[in-house]
Design a protein around this ligand. Structure first.
Ligand code: ATP
Ligand code: MG
Length: 391
């Protein structure tokens, strides 16, 4: 151990909402720290510490580091910068150098955001701002604008470390994953369900994925695609289980007893019931899907209600009222888009006509299901024989 504070590149992580949750503050902070550590696993060149409700990373500030931190939920913003000695003659040239990296021309408007926690530091925050700001202006020609700056340069003189930054990147927002309980996400290979899962993770939820695989009718490629999507979500939480349910036997049984226009609805009801059996076994009391009103013929309000009727647990639908364009924007942002748009076979189109029922009714669905006395047994078997993949 040495008392000399670290000097060199680093990153400052700012924390949001979790401090509103006063009672659980400590737990939230510990969860966040663990998530930051996991996101940076393998980066042996860095050291993570924290003080006064902020997290500091010493040792590097490169793009790989910043990319890994992008989806750590609970962070409001991320500033790469430089740690240095608490000495205004050391601080000032570093701040000037960082300001110089700003891509804008001489018309750039800037401000210095100075904070001083160390009251023994000879200048107060106003004096730090004036001094550093003056030097930046001289060196770059940038004009001061406290209201609407193009560039903010931060000078933070803390009790143990001084940090200078000139970039402020968005954090993931939300709450640390693992602080809001668990949800079983019905994860298909499409665009919507991974986005739905991401939105729940953002609210602190830890996901378990459930995928209904119609082998041999659907290919291994379809399954690999879902695994690839699950992996992207898995990188943002402690551990991620994906359960792959053998769904074809259920589909074959249903095919033989109903008007084919009702098949999709009965598949969905069966999915929800199997998912519930699995969820309960895992101690999870909530499901989620990527359903969105009216997006496809199978997702009319009447049909969603008909699926809901089969569920006893709470079913969350985070993208229910979102436009496809919004969902695509998020999918791009969270890196699931390229995988989701790969062509794949969809188990829901198996044995189904082009124009499915749009006016679902729970009573009729139940009447169809009553024609299969061993349906419960079939669902149970599917749940019990699900393949468990730990990602
Ligand atoms: P997605 O983009 O998520 O596939 P979608 O718009 O294609 O959604 P549907 O295929 O109608 O919609 O499915 C609606 C929801 O039902 C999905 O978002 C998903 O939660 C669930 N779902 C559908 N098929 C499967 C499957 N094979 N395995 C797991 N969940 C599924
Ligand atoms: Mg789909």
């Amino acid at each position: 151990m040495t008392d000399t504070p670290y000097s060199g590149p680093g990153v400052l992580l700012r924390i949001g909402e979790l401090f509103l949750k006063r009672g659980n503050r400590h737990l939230f902070f510990q969860a966040l720290l663990a998530n930051v550590q996991r996101a940076l696993k393998g980066r042996d060149d860095i050291r993570i510490s924290h003080a006064m409700g902020r997290i500091y990373i010493e040792g590097a500030s490169d793009e790989d580091l910043l990319r890994r931190l992008r989806w750590v939920f609970g962070l409001t913003s991320i500033s790469p910068g430089i740690f240095c000695d608490p000495d205004i003659d050391v601080i000032t040239p570093i701040a000037v150098d960082l300001a110089r990296t700003h891509p804008g021309g001489p018309e750039t408007r800037f401000r210095v955001a100075a904070r001083r926690a160390d009251k023994t530091f000879p200048l107060n925050s106003g004096q730090i701002g004036a001094h550093v700001g003056g030097q930046i202006h001289l060196a770059t020609g940038f004009r001061v604008d406290l209201e609407q700056p193009d560039l903010s340069v931060g000078v933070e003189v803390g009790l143990k470390r001084t940090f200078i930054w000139a970039r402020q990147l968005p954090g993931g927002g939300g709450l640390p994953v693992g602080t809001a309980g668990k949800v079983a996400l019905l994860l298909s290979g499409g665009l919507d369900s991974p986005v739905a899962g991401h939105m729940l993770q953002k609210r602190g939820v830890e996901l378990t994925g459930i995928y209904f695989h119609a082998a041999p009718y659907t290919s291994d490629g379809a399954k690999e695609k879902v695994i690839a999507l699950a992996r992207i979500l898995a990188a943002r939480q402690r551990r991620f289980q994906l359960l792959v349910v053998p769904f074809a036997p259920v589909q074959e049984a249903l095919r033989d007893i109903v008007d084919p226009t009702w098949l999709v609805l009965l598949y969905r009801r069966a999915m929800v019931r199997i998912a519930e059996m699995i969820a309960r076994g895992e101690g999870i009391s909530c499901l989620a899907t990527g359903e969105s009103v009216g997006q496809v013929a199978s997702q009319t309000l009447a049909n969603i209600a008909t699926v809901e009727d089969a569920a006893a647990l709470l079913v969350l639908r985070p993208v229910i009222a979102m436009d496809k364009a919004e969902i695509i924007r998020i999918a791009r942002d969270i890196d699931t888009y390229e995988t989701s748009i790969l062509p794949h076979d969809d188990c829901c189109t198996l044995f189904t006509p082009r124009h499915p029922q749009t006016r679902g009714r729970a009573d009729l669905a139940q009447r169809y299901e009553a024609r299969l006395p061993h349906l419960d047994q079939l669902l149970q078997t599917a749940a019990e024989t699900a393949e468990r993949i730990l990602l």
